[in-house]
Design a binder for this molecule. Structure first.
Ligand SMILES: [Zn+2]
Length: 194
């Protein structure tokens, strides 16, 4: 595997900009004018690479129903609706589920799915007492990333959603606009124009 950049390429990321040496290295040269990064600096295990990789990492949330992983709670809500006809927004809206009740709902669904029991939106709406139980405060899935993102399950289009109200304490009105920092974390490799 060749991890070094070809001569003439340039990498821009949030730690700065650097270029590969323009010319192939002359063997045995001790000249100090070669201040470009060496092959050593371009290896993925050098410090700069580690930092970037950590920031690029996104929360991976397992779907409530299938094994698919999604990089955000809202994306999982949409996926559950489109792929499994499970309307989490409607269930939560119908019973005005707050933070704790939403945790119970999540764990209840995970528990039922693990037990191979069918889950349906209508059933959950007509039987809220099924999941409104203390025992479903207990995580069913080990290290369930979704439980760390309960706030994100709030419907940004429903101002009366208890979870959406909570997030309005910040300055994230409308929620979905947050293109934010991720673009700055993305590493861009571009061909230097010479
Ligand atoms: Zn799924």
């Amino acid at each position: 595997m060749n991890n070094s950049l070809p001569p003439g390429w340039r990498v821009i990321n949030n730690t700065g900009t650097w270029s590969a040496p323009a010319a192939p290295p002359d063997s045995g040269s001790d000249s100090e004018d070669d201040i470009g990064l060496t092959d050593e600096d371009l290896r993925p295990d050098s410090p700069g690479w580690e930092d970037v990789e950590e920031e690029v990492e996104v929360a991976s949330i397992k779907c409530l129903i299938c094994d698919e992983k999604l990089d955000g709670a809202r994306k999982m809500v949409v996926h559950c609706m489109e792929s499994h006809s499970l309307d989490l927004d409607r269930i939560r809206k119908e019973h005005r589920l707050d933070f704790l009740a939403t945790i119970q709902l999540v764990n209840y669904i995970r528990f039922q799915v693990r037990s191979n029991n069918a889950i349906s939106t209508d059933h959950l709406i007509s039987n809220p007492e099924a999941f409104r139980q203390d025992r479903f405060m207990q995580p069913v899935l080990e290290d369930d990333a979704l439980l760390y993102s309960i706030d994100e399950l709030g419907n940004p289009n429903d101002p009366e959603d208890p979870l959406a109200q909570k997030s309005e304490d910040g300055d994230v009105e409308g929620g979905a606009e947050g293109v934010g920092e991720s673009a700055g974390h993305r590493m861009v490799v571009e061909r230097a124009l010479r």
